[in-house]
Design a protein around this ligand. Structure first.
Ligand code: TPP
Length: 635
């Protein structure tokens, strides 16, 4: 095994170029073996194996810097940079991260996970290098970016600025015709054209050779040749877009041919200024199930290596995921309301909008990895009278913050945000935890924010949002949604007292629901935290404690009267949320109640990777955890 002898890129350099294809096979095997156990971003990482070997073979890392856009394709990089031994702990709690992590290795320049940032990050490093030249020895800077991530506007801002500043940067564009789903947009059509028209580069090389070797080097002839080349570009030069942005374009190359990759990287290694090297790879390369279904294997759970089938696929799920309930209800609503449109930023499967796409292709928009644009697009559609539903993961919605404020809330347009993966996202870790949305949305005027406790309530909230002539957000986490809480099964459960409110009441703007009434304490719980709070109340009965349970339903507007009512009746009030405590839901409740409340939720820190259950337990957000905390304080 070659891999056993490699603990660093220096060890890699001891291998001969002829040994590298064998190493690539071993790395692929290792990736497939581990990901079949841990789950992870398999297809992208398999596609980038040769590229990563070639980069570490030709560069002097970590002195030279490689920045992987998103970072989901970088497993081979982890394996080659002293993390092969720990690779089996990939994405597990206290194991190694599924993305580059600055805290894990000096070879990971940044902690990343959100797309389209690599060029800007690289440019920053290049500018610092040049400014600092006297003190820091010159280092090379390489940004590796996929064709999906190229669709993000931020990437273009980086390219534009790089071309202007003319810094020495190598951008490697890795195209495989896929984002998570098939790539969309004019840019992807353009890249496909390049791939099918590699003639120009060969022609340009021959022209250069001819001018250099055969013609006298008078300035007139060189000018003429340059003019000829400029004219030619307009006709069929691949990469003209990048050339016009100020890059020297090379490629497209076969991204699995180590010989060509190494030769090219060495050849272009000393060219000054911005360079774009275009490589073509196959997502899932070397593992047939992933090659054949790269969308499913973009991010996979554990699977059987022989068949590629995941254990969860074999058995019928007993309960649905939040995403599924959203997806099905949206279809139902869209059947009778033709104004409902659906928008995703490159995540049709993840957000459950794939069913909408298949059913109503003309009412569906996949805008690419462009969250800010998705929200602006929704604004335009809503202005013209449509009801756009924008489904985005909580963590990626961060990118559209300004648009939510300026283009939706300020215009008071009826756009619905379906905020998926809101809360602990699990194994994807720090960059993907959806913990900030309550805190960052709560201060925005006009925006209604809801969170459902169970499946029927998610459906009701969606229906309510569609009928509401205002911007509205519904946040829900990853994972299984409670079918229906026991309180609901209890049917016409009537609760006397508290503002005459009863359980199972219809959704009303800004009104919470009282699910249990008790005298010793009250829990005001939000969304996914209602069920564990209910369990906590049941557990605490054994200790002789009786509690009131309020399902808040709304983060905004709040049921301030009810909360004040309760604070007059009960001494201990707890809020529970699956979000960051600073500025979160509990803070909102505290703003309307004078009596100090005890807030449960996530601390002000970046939350590491690990299974959702493990992390929820760690932060005390389970029935037992909540009960423990209440008992400590109330008894
Ligand atoms: C801002 C943001 N939005 C969405 C995502 C989710 N996401 C992760 S990888 C990916 C597709 C990237 O496609 P590409 O760059 O072509 O890489 P490939 O997986 O095809 O190698 C998406 C949409 C993200 N990481 N960041």
């Amino acid at each position: 095994m070659l891999l056993e002898s490699i603990n660093s890129p220096q060890d890699l350099k001891k291998l001969s170029p002829e040994q590298l294809p064998e190493l690539a096979v071993e790395i692929r095997q290792r990736i497939v073996e581990v990901v079949s156990q841990t789950g992870g971003h398999l297809a992208s990482s398999l596609g980038a194996v040769e590229l990563i070997i070639a980069l570490h073979y030709c560069l002097d890392t970590p002195h030279d810097k490689i920045i992987f856009d998103v970072g989901h394709q970088a497993y081979a990089h982890k394996i080659l940079t002293a993390r092969n031994r720990d690779f089996s702990t990939l994405r597990q709690y206290q194991g190694i991260s599924g993305f580059p992590s600055k805290d894990e290795s000096v070879y990971d320049v940044f902690t990343t996970g959100h797309s389209s940032t690599a060029v800007s990050l690289a440019l920053g490093l290049a500018c610092a290098r040049d400014y600092n030249l006297a003190k820091t020895p010159y280092y090379k800077v390489v940004a590796v970016i996929g064709d999906g991530s190229l669709s993000g506007g931020l990437c273009f801002e980086g390219l534009n600025n790089t071309g202007h500043l003319k810094k020495d940067i190598l951008v490697i564009l890795n195209t495989n015709e896929l984002s998570i789903a098939p790539n969309v947009g004019a840019l992807s059509t353009y890249l496909n054209k390049i791939i099918s028209l590699p003639i120009y580069n060969r022609f340009r090389n021959s022209l250069e050779g001819f001018v250099k070797s055969r013609l006298p080097k008078t300035s007139r002839i060189i000018k003429l040749a340059n003019k000829f080349e400029e004219g030619l570009k307009g006709l069929f030069v691949p990469g003209i877009l990048f050339e016009e942005l100020g890059f020297r374009y090379f490629g497209p190359l076969d991204g699995h041919d180590l010989g060509i990759l190494i030769k090219t990287l060495k050849n272009i290694g000393n060219i000054k200024g911005p360079i774009l090297l275009h490589v073509i790879t196959k997502k899932g390369k070397g593992y047939p199930p992933a090659e054949n279904d790269a969308v499913r294997f973009h991010g996979t759970g554990p699977f059987d290596i022989k068949t590629g089938v995941s254990p969860s696929e074999k058995q019928a799920p007993s309960t649905k995921a939040y995403t599924e309930v959203f997806s099905e209800k949206l279809l139902e609503l869209a059947a009778s309301d033709k104004k409902i449109l659906a928008i995703t930023a490159a995540m049709p499967e993840g957000t459950g909008l794939d069913k909408f796409r298949d059913m109503y292709p003309e009412r569906f928009f996949d805008v690419g990895i462009a969250e800010a644009h998705a929200v602006c697009l929704a604004s335009g559609l809503a202005k013209a009278g449509f009801k756009p539903v924008v489904a985005i993961y909580s963590t990626f919605l961060q990118r559209a913050y300004d648009q939510i404020i300026e283009d939706i809330a300020l215009q008071n347009l009826a756009v619905i945000f379906a905020i998926d993966r809101a809360g602990i996202a699990g194994e994807d870790g720090v960059t993907h935890q959806g913990i900030f949305d309550i805190a960052f949305l709560r201060s925005i005027p006009n925006l209604v924010i809801m969170a459902p406790k169970d499946s029927p309530e998610l459906e009701e909230m969606l229906e309510f949002a569609v009928g509401l002539d205002k911007p509205a957000a519904i946040r829900y986490p990853k994972g299984k949604i409670p079918n229906s809480l026991p309180v609901r099964q209890a049917g016409k459960f009537q609760i006397p007292g508290l503002s005459g409110r009863q359980a199972n009441s219809k959704i009303e703007l800004g009104k919470a629901e009282v699910l249990r009434e008790g005298k010793d304490f009250a829990i005001i719980a939000l969304g996914s935290m209602v069920l564990p709070s209910f369990e906590a109340i049941e557990l605490l009965k054994k200790d002789g404690l009786s509690g009131t349970l309020i399902n808040a339903r709304f983060v905004k507007p709040q049921d301030s009267n009810l909360f004040k009512d309760i604070s007059a009746k009960v001494k201990f009030i707890f809020s529970v949320e699956e979000g960051i405590l600073d500025g979160g839901f509990g803070s909102a409740v505290q703003e309307v109640i004078e009596q100090p409340i005890i807030r449960m939720g996530l601390p002000s820190e970046f939350i590491t990777h690990g299974k959702r259950d493990i992390l929820l337990e760690k932060y005390g957000l389970t029935g037992e955890g909540i009960a423990r905390r209440i008992k400590e304080l109330v008894k």
